[in-house]
Write a protein of this length. Sequence first.
Length: 181
Amino acid sequence: MVLYDTEWQLFVVKYVVLCKLYLFLGIRPPFSEKPLVKVITKCGPIILLITAVAMDVVHKRSQSTDDITKELILLSALVFSVIGDACLVYPSCFLLGLLSFAVTQVLYAALFEGGPHLFVDADRGSIAAAATIGTISLTVYLGVVSNMSKVTKPLGFLYCCLISFMLWSAIVKVQRETNDW
C-alpha cells in the first residue's frame, strides 16, 4: 500500500481500536443482542481495510499503473469477507455468509497464485504442508459436523477444503519466494 510511516501507524491504531470496539461491544450483552451494533462493530475493521486498499487502487489508477490486479483481487476478497461477516450475524443468512467466505478463500488463493500448478510443481515440503493442513482441517470438520444440518455438512466440508487450499497456497508462495521452509 502507499501508506507512509505515520499514516501506517495511524492506520494500525484505528484498526486496533475497531477490533477492541468489537470485543467490548460486539460480543458482550446488551450490545451483542442488537444485530445492527454487532454488524457495525464486527465489520468495522474489515471496512477500514477495504478503504485502505480502495485508496491504494485509486492512487495507482491516477498514476496510470496497469498492475493493480492483485489489489483488485484483495479488494474483492475483503468485500466478500465483510458480506460474510454481516450475514453470520443473522442466522437466516448463514448459507449466504458461508458462500461469501468461500468466495473469499478462492480469491485469497488466487492472490497467493494458487492453482493446479501447485499440485504439479509440489516438492516434498509442499506435500508435507498440504498433508498437515488437510489433516488439521479434516479433524476440525469432524469435530463440528455432528452439529450441522444435512444442507450445511457438504458446504462445511467444501469450505474446509477451500480454506485449506488457500492456506496451503499462502505457505507455498512464501516458501517459493524465500526458498526457505
